[in-house]
Write a protein that binds this ligand. Sequence first.
Ligand code: LLP
Length: 440
Amino acid sequence: MPQVWYGVHGRGTVGEGVLTSGFSRVDGTLSCEGVSLERIAEEVGTPAYVYSSSVVRDRYQRLDAALANIPHRIHYTLKANSNRGILAVLHELGAGVDVVSGGELFRAKRAGFAGSDILFGGVGKSQAELKEALQAGVRMINVESASEVRMINDIAGELGLVAPIGIRVNPEVTVDSSHKYIKTGEKGAKFGVPFDEVPGVAMLVAVLPNTRLIALDMHIGSQLFRLDGYVDGTNRLLELIAQIGEAGISTLEYLDIGGGLGVAYDDEKSPDLDAFAAALAERVTPTGLTMLMEPGRFIVGNCGVLLTRVLYRKHSGGRDFLVTDAGMTELIRPSHYDAYHRIERVRATESRMTADVVGPVCESGDFLALDRTMDEAGPGDLLAVYDVGAYGYVMASNYNSRPRGVEVLVDGDRFAITNERERYEDLVRLEQADPQWRDG
Ligand code: LLP
């Protein structure tokens, strides 16, 4: 029997405690913390991403508290949401970060994170990015192949440094995720060093003059609903730690278990963090290593809504359509992963309808929900698309030359724009009206 770790209550609770939701109705109108979403939409327009800072604080502190008995550090994964305001909240809480590109490294440093707060990962880091990471003095670089190790050794040698290395292991375990695109730790995945090759890569890191092996790392997938993957994966890392120790390498300091904790989008059960922590403590504590985690979705997934206005309502082929001013350019998850995001009218109504909620983009795959039974709505109505805090804005695009929407952070009774809406000029900022032709 697989060990189901999402065993408690439903949406809105975790373990025995009530999760901070950040969104509630005041006199029938949705608010984020103490601020009405209608007021925000009037002020900043739509589409707008609205984030609750108290949800971010709640999730970080909850996870940190659950892991209290294990020496650990939480490194928030920027790819889920790299908004400056969110990073400021997490920096203040003492989080570290995990980045996967030079661009994310740049953002993390701008937000005040020191090199020692930063883990640098990713399956295809360029030479330039590796140099930037080493110059920034990151806590470690998680490598994914022997050739990457050699490249880092060369760059570190040129810089006169010794590079701190974690090996991202593919633990080759079965993972239970909602979509095949977000499984990463199964045999044959493009990610990580294949399990059997890890001792060889560890030896390479140990013998090269400019690299030092300080960690083993895994990331098995995202939106995970079972404990099994973490338990099996950690057991596999422990096997490797023993083998590496027997080979005489004694420089390990960290065991990084990656991200992946799931969140409720619909009526999924929330994680029992205590069971999660207990299973890990049992395995990690005897190693004497510090545990690192790279959560993204768990910290920010439930913290944000996408505000969008209904432009038109129409009927075609026996179906009702709500055409909204946001679509796949603002939130690609429904179209890319068949993901479910709850949608409500900001002003409450008792009437219900069944509709396809579609965006303005010229693609049939441009939708936020299909065949959804939801609040009745029509032109001018404001809708809230829930749980867009993770993999929302960061996956937005300019397709159809649509400027990206505005991002707003709420803190109690106050709100602030933390990232302006793009303007048309931003779309053409890099264009060359008078291109400089070169001889080929
Ligand atoms: N660490 C590594 C190495 C990762 O690749 C990821 C996510 C994380 C940590 C954070 O995982 P999380 O805690 O957020 O599950 N765009 C997809 C999700 C892609 C996840 C990619 N890797 C989605 O919208 O569902």
